[in-house]
Write a protein that binds this ligand. Structure first.
Ligand SMILES: [Zn+2]
Length: 328
């Protein structure tokens, strides 16, 4: 399938709303986000009638507004994803457009260019994928314990009331924290966050992933992905870490090699970086991935890579959390 890039961004929330409104098996909520520079709707789509024993797949797309492939994946394949999950007895919670103003304007951050604020440091926060803090053994607080070898005492939501005077979150992130806390979190067996990598300089078309949890079990998915898209393996990546970008998302500074992250032989980066992926891992979700395709990867391929991960996670959840007699 050829996916058109001509989607009118301003109508996208409405478009998604209409697309899923026809379904009787999901409910759609729209929440207002009021920025200094404009008002946007934030969508949450969830399976109806989630019982306390249903396993749930949670998908978030588009937190970085310029990374359009995630929301477009949901637009093109959302109905297929919901059908397939429901058929297998899996419920879905979908946040299809994590940063609607950023999407509309093709900006990584929101329309106010708000990356949150760190009052301790007196400077801007870590961005909008800000979900978790670690309290280290000396009592200090950080969002990133790298490959996990840094020992920590406990984790907290970035929105934890005890941190309120220290960290401000961007509006869309704050709203998502609030909504997530109402979700049946212990039932979430897989979390998928869809991204694209526009930060790595001189990238070729490729996929890789930030993976946490039972990552050995992701191998068959990666195998499928590698049939349609090259997968970066055994190399250093700079994306997202210490990469400085300007207001419109151009890279202005790349990190030193010593600060880069290693991709393993399966295309995975294991990084406990305070993201939503890390949050779900810490909350006990066994399967967690942030899917990345480089910005030069053709859009239809990027969407198909995303779809392969979603299908793969549906299969993993079915295999481990659905006994055949559960499915009605
Ligand atoms: Zn991203």
């Amino acid at each position: 399938m050829k996916i058109s890039t001509a989607t009118k961004p301003i109508d996208f929330t409405e478009k998604l709303f209409q697309l899923f409104q026809k379904r009787k098996d999901v409910s759609i909520q729209e929440y207002p986000l009021e920025y200094k520079k404009g008002k946007y709707g934030f969508l949450k789509i969830s399976s109806k009638d989630i019982t306390p024993t249903d396993p749930v797949l949670l998908i978030r797309a588009g937190i970085h507004g310029d990374e359009t492939a995630g929301p477009i994946t949901i637009e093109h394949y959302g109905n297929e994803i919901l059908d397939s999950a429901h058929e297998k007895g899996i419920k879905v919670i979908l946040y299809p457009l994590g940063n609607p103003s950023g999407f509309a304007l093709r900006l990584r951050y929101n329309i106010d260019n708000d990356k949150g604020f760190d009052n301790d440091k007196g400077k801007e926060g870590v961005g909008n994928n800000d979900f978790l803090r670690y309290e280290l053994e000396d009592g200090s607080i950080t969002d990133d314990i790298k490959d996990g070898k840094i020992p920590f005492k406990r984790f907290l939501w970035a929105s934890d009331p005890s941190l309120k005077s220290r960290f401000c979150l961007p509006l869309e992130t704050e709203l998502m924290h609030k909504l997530l806390k109402e979700d049946p979190l212990p039932q979430v067996k897989g979390s998928i966050d869809l991204h694209q990598d526009y930060l790595t300089p001189n990238a070729s078309p490729a996929a890789y992933q930030y993976a946490l949890g039972n990552i050995e079990e992701y191998k068959p998915i990666i195998e499928e992905v590698s049939k349609i898209c090259p997968v970066y393996k055994n190399q250093l990546m700079a994306a997202g870490f210490k990469t400085k970008i300007d207001e419109i998302g151009n890279v202005v500074e790349v990190p030193l090699e010593s600060e880069m992250e290693a991709i393993d032989e399966n295309g995975s980066i294991v990084r406990y970086d305070g993201s939503i992926t890390d949050l779900f891992y810490r909350l006990g979700t066994p399967y967690n991935v942030a899917v990345e395709t480089t910005g030069v990867t053709p859009l239809d391929i990027a969407c198909k890579v995303n779809l392969l991960w979603i299908r793969g996670f549906i299969d993993l959840i079915k295999k481990h959390f659905i006994s055949d007699k559960n499915v009605s």
